[in-house]
Write a protein of this length. Structure first.
Length: 33
């Protein structure tokens, strides 16, 4: 829930690999900020 609201752009990209989504979204989110 937090990841989807934090990065709506990454939602579709990591929509299939839910297990890899949180791991790959964490570093990407910090890089964008």
């Amino acid at each position: 829930m937090s990841t989807l609201t934090g990065t709506p752009l990454a939602a579709p990209d990591a929509g299939t690999p839910v297990r890899d989504a949180p791991a790959e979204r964490t570093p990407k989110r910090r890089r964008s900020a």
